[in-house]
Design a protein around this ligand. Structure first.
Ligand code: GAL
Length: 428
């Protein structure tokens, strides 16, 4: 059933997002509490890109808790499908510009959030931290990432890890590769990819479009430059035109040579599907994969996971957070949503299903599935670096430029041109 709110999404979004986006918009409106007939005073319109699979399972967990905590309000699902917000971000930008903000929307902590702050599209929620007792619930470095000029603009729901490789134990077995251990470096990984090719696996490294390739590239830069030089790419202290960056991009090009030829057409979840169906040995993807495996009931023994080769001991993080949009619909209902998002129960209901770990520091690992327990331990002890693809280190505009360079590189594979485009994007 199409709700009144979603009809508005349709009309404002069509021009900008084309057919793929339209299909995505068509996926909206499921799971709302209301009985149709237009937006109601009680509706809390929640805008995300968690429309299916493990991502929707995570959202559903949070919604169940919201229903308990906020019985005076109803959840109105404004999700727009497409990994990493590939369609949603454009729809959201259009709606914000048209003066039609939802009650709350998801945004990444860090540079991406600053885009919305600078545009005056989100309200200061510092007082809510006091009201809900959140000042001490989150780690200080995360709060710093959400704070601009002493004000806090969103409430974090989780911490995700980007630099993870997921394997098929059965496929790796074909080439006598031990799936339980990460290759020590990108070079060692390439040697294993060669073994898989020799064993008859045509495209041993599965990848998807846009952000999935960007994540692969980031992981190679992180491995080859090390955490400090990698982080320096985003504050200008590392020269993006340097010879070491060129060499790393050369290795990224080699990795692309092992990927599926339809990589520019498929979603991250389809790339994971290649691994699960035994057509590929690996995919590099954030730990929302853990949730997808649960949703798809992939047995534990069928796969392993480890930090991307050469990034052992480094946790490349991103955090989803929820905002209070300026002049948004039903701000009181939105505040109730934000209270659930920040609460211990809300974080448990969400993160046990989403593959992420709670942003709060007071969670009990025993309440979480096996994957999240290992991520919680790593989060405590590893060196933490930001993700560009998921907004902790890069703005929305930078990511747009990088992804356009990524797709050109996927087609033309010219390292020098790619490096120039990347360096220009990082400077912008
Ligand atoms: C990220 C987001 C994650 C997950 C992923 C894939 O940007 O932070 O929660 O949804 O995209 O869609």
């Amino acid at each position: 059933m199409m709700r009144g709110g979603m009809a508005r999404y349709r009309s404002t979004a069509i021009a900008a997002i084309g057919v793929a986006g339209l299909l995505a918009v068509g996926a909206c409106g499921n799971g709302g509490d209301g009985g149709g007939g237009g937006a109601k005073d009680k509706d809390v319109q929640v805008f995300t890109w968690w429309a299916d699979g493990g991502e929707k399972a995570g959202l559903d967990g949070l919604v169940a808790q919201f229903r308990k905590d906020c019985p005076d309000y109803t959840f109105d699902n404004a999700a727009v499908a497409g990994g990493a917000g590939s369609n949603a971000k454009q729809v959201l930008a259009n709606n914000l510009q048209a003066g039609d903000p939802p009650s709350t929307f998801q945004a990444h902590a860090g540079k991406e959030l600053k885009d919305y702050i600078d545009a005056g599209q989100v309200d200061d929620v510092t007082q809510l931290y006091k009201d809900f007792g959140l000042d001490t619930a989150f780690p200080k470095n995360l709060i710093d990432n959400l704070t601009v000029d002493g004000k806090i603009y969103s409430i974090p729901a989780n911490i995700h890890r980007a630099n993870v490789v997921w394997t098929s134990t059965a496929v790796l077995k074909k080439a006598s590769i031990d799936a339980s251990k990460a290759p020590a470096s990108v070079d060692a990984w390439i040697a294993d990819l060669d073994k898989l090719k020799a064993a008859g696996v045509k495209a041993p490294l599965a990848s998807g479009k846009g952000f999935a390739q960007e994540q692969l590239m980031e992981a190679v830069l992180l491995a080859e430059l090390g955490p400090d030089k990698f982080t320096g790419l985003f504050d200008g202290s590392t020269d993006a035109m340097g010879a070491d960056v060129a060499a790393a991009l050369g290795k990224y090009k080699r990795l692309l040579g092992y990927t599926n030829s339809d990589r520019d057409a498929i979603e991250w979840s389809d790339a994971l599907g290649y691994v699960n169906k035994g057509q590929a040995g690996y995919t590099l993807m954030g730990d929302w994969v853990a949730a997808q495996q649960l949703a798809d009931k992939v047995p534990d023994a069928a796969y392993t996971y480890w930090p991307a080769p050469g990034t052992q001991g480094v946790f490349q993080y991103l955090a989803d957070s929820f905002t209070l949009p300026t002049n948004g619909k039903n701000p009181d209902g939105a505040k109730c949503w934000l209270k659930t998002v920040g609460s211990a129960d809300g974080q448990k209901a969400f993160n046990t299903k989403k593959g992420s770990i709670p942003a709060r520091s007071d969670a009990n690992p025993a309440d979480y599935p096996k994957y999240q327990q290992s991520a919680m331990a790593d989060w405590k002890q590893d060196k933490v670096v930001p993700s560009c693809a998921h907004g902790s280190a890069c703005t929305l505009g930078q990511n747009e430029s990088i992804q356009s360079a990524i797709s050109q590189f996927s087609a033309k594979q010219d390292v020098a041109t790619f490096q120039k485009a990347l360096a220009a994007a990082l400077k912008s």
